[in-house]
Design a protein around this ligand. Structure first.
Ligand SMILES: Nc1ncnc2c1ncn2[C@@H]1O[C@H](COP(=O)(O)OP(=O)(O)O)[C@@H](O)[C@H]1O
Ligand SMILES: [Mg+2]
Length: 325
């Protein structure tokens, strides 16, 4: 049984008369202990999909799905209370801005201990001991003295380590990291990615890495889903996705890599931006930006179809032989 099984997830904002679908036909499966990437430019719907899964969207969001299972729990059928019980305990999330995610008014130790207390009956000293152990496990130097530190005394990278410690406080089976390194310096980015992968290996939790940055994900995730304008457009093992992309959008994300430019390939920066939910073109949502678009692409929306070792949503998938760099 997969740990996570999502089929046909849809999230609408706006009036019921004129719904704006931020996420549509969203499928995602994650095995126990697996590492998956979810990539796409800003505005693709990655965060909305993840927040819907976590039950963290506000009342203005309307969520529907054919299937939304976490382990043997049907998330759509759970009461609000039961859903909240899963949150933090079985599934946890870290976000882009670690400094804003911490409460400036409480010391680091207190914030970690509060999370532990919310889910487990432990005495004060046991909580403190666990907090210390967590700080140590996320590689914070001099962890005992850090317990008494205020968030503003820590760097962005250290704050993200603290957020990861808080997320791991109850040993979740799934950690969703949504742009965990986007706000950090490049050198710190690599350290945080290394830490996440190391923790995943040590704990056996599943890891869902969400990013606009495909190369960042490519070295870490076993399989990757590519999202565009609210929909998954390609999904397959990361190695083959990167070596032989079938969707023109995946190809465009790869061609935007500086590494390829250095090898003398054509610079194929993707012009334009992701259309907002109210402004999606008919047919394939990517067709106005697609160098390979044909008339059918403007008329008919492609379905996500099985394709080799994954699936692709395109009327005219690229020839793998020609697409590899
Ligand atoms: N609360 C909301 N109300 C209306 N539209 C929203 C809301 N939250 C997100 N959106 C829209 O949903 C789309 C997807 O956003 P998001 O999931 O944040 O993208 P990503 O995480 O891939 O950058 C965007 O067009 C965004 O403007
Ligand atoms: Mg986002």
């Amino acid at each position: 049984m997969p740990l996570l099984d999502i089929e046909g997830l849809r999230v609408d904002f706006g009036d019921r008369g004129r719904p704006l679908a931020a996420v549509e036909e969203f499928d995602l499966r994650l095995d126990v202990g697996a590492v998956r990437g979810l990539v796409g430019e800003s505005g693709s719907g990655k965060s909305v999909a993840m927040l819907a899964l976590m039950g963290l969207l506000g009342p203005d969001a309307r969520i529907a799905a054919d299937r939304l299972h976490f382990g043997d729990a049907d998330l759509l059928a759970l009461s609000r209370g039961a859903r909240r019980g899963l949150l933090g305990r079985e599934m946890a999330m870290v976000f882009q801005d670690p400094i804003a995610s911490l409460d400036p008014c409480f010391r680091i130790g207190a914030q970690i201990e509060e999370t532990i207390a919310r889910h487990e009956r432990l005495g004060r000293s046991a909580r403190r001991e666990r907090a210390l152990e967590l700080l140590r496990s996320v590689g914070i130097p001099a962890p005992a003295s850090r317990l008494a530190a205020w968030p503003h005394q820590l760097s962005g990278g250290m704050c993200q380590r603290v957020m990861i410690a808080i997320a791991l406080a109850c040993r979740p089976r799934l950690l969703i990291a949504d742009e965990p390194t986007t706000a950090l310096d490049v050198t710190v980015q690599a350290q945080i990615m290394g830490l996440l992968l190391d923790l995943q290996r040590r704990t056996g939790m599943a890891l869902l890495l969400v990013s606009h940055d495909l190369p960042l994900i490519a070295e870490t995730a076993q399989r990757t889903s590519v999202m565009y304008a609210g929909r998954i457009v390609e999904e397959r093992p990361t190695a083959s996705l990167v070596a032989r992309p079938r969707h023109p959008y995946t190809r465009a994300l790869l061609d935007a890599l500086p590494e390829r430019h250095r090898r003398g390939e054509r610079l194929a920066a993707i012009h334009g931006s992701v259309p907002t939910p109210g402004a999606r073109p008919a047919g394939c949502a990517f067709h106005p930006r697609c160098p390979w678009a044909r008339p059918r692409c403007a008329d008919e929306a492609p379905a996500l179809l099985a394709d080799g070792d994954g699936s692709v949503r395109c009327h005219f998938p690229l020839d793998p032989g020609a697409a590899s760099g």
